[in-house]
Write a protein that binds this ligand. Sequence first.
Ligand code: NDP
Length: 485
Amino acid sequence: MSSQQPQQLKMYIDGKWVASESGAYFAAENPATLATIAYLAEGTREDARRAVAAAGKHATEIAGMSIWERSRLCRRIADVMEQRSAELAQVLSQDQGKPLYAEAEYEVKSAIEGFREASEQIKWLEGNTIPVENGNKRVFTFRQPRGVYAVITPWNFPLNIPVEYLAPGLAAGNAIVWVPAPTTSVIAIKLAECFEAAGVPPGVVNLVTGPGPVVGDEIVAHPGTHAVGFTGSPQTGEHIARRAAGKPLLLELGGNGPTVILEDADLELAAAATASGAFFNAGQVCSATERVLVHRRVHEPIADLLVAQAKKVQLGDPLARGTTMGPLNNRGVADKMDRHLEDGIKRGARVLFGGERARELGSELFYRPTVLDNVSAESFINYEESFGPLAPLMEFEDVDEALRIANSAGLGLVASLFTRDIRSAYRIGEKLRAGIVNVNDTSNYWELHIPFGGVSGTRSGIGRLGGKHTIMEMSDLRTITIDLR
Ligand code: NDP
């Protein structure tokens, strides 16, 4: 990507690179320098409709490929991505802001693995033979593609999160219309180039760039899409659920990850894992450690250890070796950090480290890793995702109080718990309302095949991502009964 001459990047619809029917483009900005790195086609509702029509036209083609062919297709995509991995990591870092060596390279590896994983999982998609009362009947179930999938993905992991839907979605035989977040659409174009190079049939994956409330809304509500996958905020997810009423939904809507540190915890381990949970990807992770609940007796040492961890973070140029944290991706998320800090401090919180932007690094989007103490359970920090590099400490007296605070947020994606007592691990782990509870590790621990998603009764989403679980979500369970008389 040339920094002097930003290119105009087109959308990928029906196997062709096309401009928006309006002819409009919008600027893609590098969050670390605020320089324009490319111009992206600004899709309209009509462009989105064209993409849905293309997917509809080609849905039978991907559905008609044998599972072994689709598996090979996923492997070819992984191979192309691997050949282009250095370029993908560079673009990812410049588009999103994450450090190249500490994080972007790993995200590319993980995205490649996502296609390999789907290529394996799909081969084990077995059905059942169901015993029935009627002796003349034979009843069996099998899985079929849902048809045309609308997929909308955010900017925090702009390669990995799309792959979480696209790899299993393709392996399961769906045609896809994909709308990536506007602030990270350059890397989406690069991924679409890999699809083309790997021989994904035209029209099977269609990429529409542009504003979510326009092109995203069109593909969600359009009768030509048969199911929706979305990762993003609870507010937008709930809006999408209303617009998609009646369609199968796979929604991953974020969390407010409590990390509970009991008095018997290994404090060094707890502090290191908590810092990693709070600061990885500058805290822009749905499974980030968003609240640190610490027992009164270990509060002080944990606060000191967390500040020591925050001091180790190397904030700076994402392309430089040694950098461990880059800027936030966009102004909305940086402004939200400001609001959360202001509100938390107004309600009695104390800044132990950071607590402000680091504009001297060349962009207003750099935010210092921040440790806050005495955070009130009434603060926004307790109820909403802060989605920035923030470790907010909240003290508790006993386990009941810890559980009350941890479960008060209305979100329930991921939690973590530090204890040396196996009984506490089970007892408290079972009571923490979260899709995953990681004991003695960061809230961010996850592997591609582990079921990931929110618990019912919270705003964290619907369904499970991860390995075969996504394949099940992205396929229909069908039944055939045969009468032998
Ligand atoms: P949103 O959930 O609003 O946006 C996520 C994606 O959805 C973007 O691509 C967005 O496009 C698109 N979108 C927005 N409105 C619609 C719509 N009506 N129909 C279809 N698609 C739509 O999150 P934001 O980017 O505004 O971030 C706000 C907060 O959300 C963050 O601070 C964070 O707390 C949370 N978030 C959580 C994520 C997670 O992984 N759990 C990921 C991203 C955000 P556009 O940008 O054009 O609006």
